[in-house]
Design a protein around this ligand. Structure first.
Ligand code: NAP
Length: 256
């Protein structure tokens, strides 16, 4: 990684968990829209590099940055590297997230709960905090947009599956509602998307690789969604086309 503060006149979008799934699909659409895309990943450098190649093929600029968003130190190092590389931030997509194995609340360990809320919730607060410092017109910056990736689970509760995950996303909804009001006068819009059943690796990581095929027919639209269908909503919320939209929770969930 080389410091190159003047490398880009493009708007800069940081996507946590940009290496795969919904984050990767968003990165490619952002590349098509002309962004310089900072692709955060935790472990999968090959996936991050493949996404970077796709961003560049789409016409954007790409930069991969490893950081475990469960660690505040790691997030701070990521933002320091972002500053050195681009010297600006226009859009933050708080996308990195995990599920755990199917379990009932009565069987969830404290360690599991800590990890779930660190990766899915505390990370989003810390990244949002750092983004606001780099966007706020009250601090002499140029404004920007934050898009949080929540889940339909925050409405549904995910009983007998992963209530911890659903609750971690409920907190993301409330972060969105509260922060949006705090920074509306500082040139920053804050919104969330709430995807339903989307065809990514996350289901296999939770031990249910066939989840989208199995449950797709039960969705009112009769199928699961694609990462690109979620990415389109994220890109709209990030863009000036959504210039009067803040504090919104946008469901991308096929009718459920
Ligand atoms: P995915 O395919 O499993 O990809 C997860 C991404 O997050 C990867 O890029 C991964 O990086 C990254 N990541 C995970 N833990 C991280 C950490 N500690 N630090 C940094 N990066 C980390 O997941 P997805 O389905 O695209 O999910 C993206 C978001 O959408 C999540 O917030 C998820 O809760 C939400 N969502 C998904 C669905 C769905 O059905 N798929 C539905 C509703 C909401 P590596 O590649 O390095 O592992």
């Amino acid at each position: 990684m080389t410091a190159n503060p003047s490398s880009s006149q493009r708007p800069v979008m940081l996507i946590t968990g940009g290496s795969r799934g919904i984050g990767a699909a968003t990165a490619v659409l952002a590349g098509r829209a002309g962004y310089a895309v900072a692709i955060n990943y935790r472990d999968n450098v090959q996936a991050a590099e493949a996404t970077a190649s796709a961003v560049e093929a789409a016409g954007g600029e790409a930069w991969c940055i490893q950081a475990d968003v469960a660690s505040e130190d790691s997030i701070m190092a990521m933002f320091a590297a972002l500053d050195a590389r681009f010297g600006r931030l226009d859009v933050l997509v708080n996308n990195a997230g995990i599920v755990d194995k199917k379990a009932r609340v009565q069987d969830m360990s404290g360690e599991r709960l800590q990890r779930m809320f660190m990766v899915n919730t505390v990370s989003a607060f810390i990244c949002a905090r750092e983004a606001v410092k780099r966007m706020s017109t009250e601090l002499g910056k140029e404004g920007g947009a934050i898009v949080n990736v929540s889940s339909a689970a925050s409405r549904l509760g995910s009983a007998n599956q992963y209530v911890d995950y659903a609750a971690s996303k409920g907190a993301i909804d409330v972060l969105t509602l509260g922060l949006a009001q705090e920074v509306a006068g500082a040139g920053i819009r804050v919104n969330a998307v709430r995807p339903g059943l989307i065809d990514t690796d996350i289901h296999a990581s939770g031990g249910i690789p066939n989840r989208v095929n199995d449950l797709g027919p039960s969705v009112p639209m009769g199928r699961g969604g694609s990462p690109e269908e979620v990415a389109e909503a994220i890109m709209w919320l990030a863009s000036d086309k959504a210039s009067y939209t803040t504090m919104s929770l946008v469901d991308v969930s096929g009718g459920r």
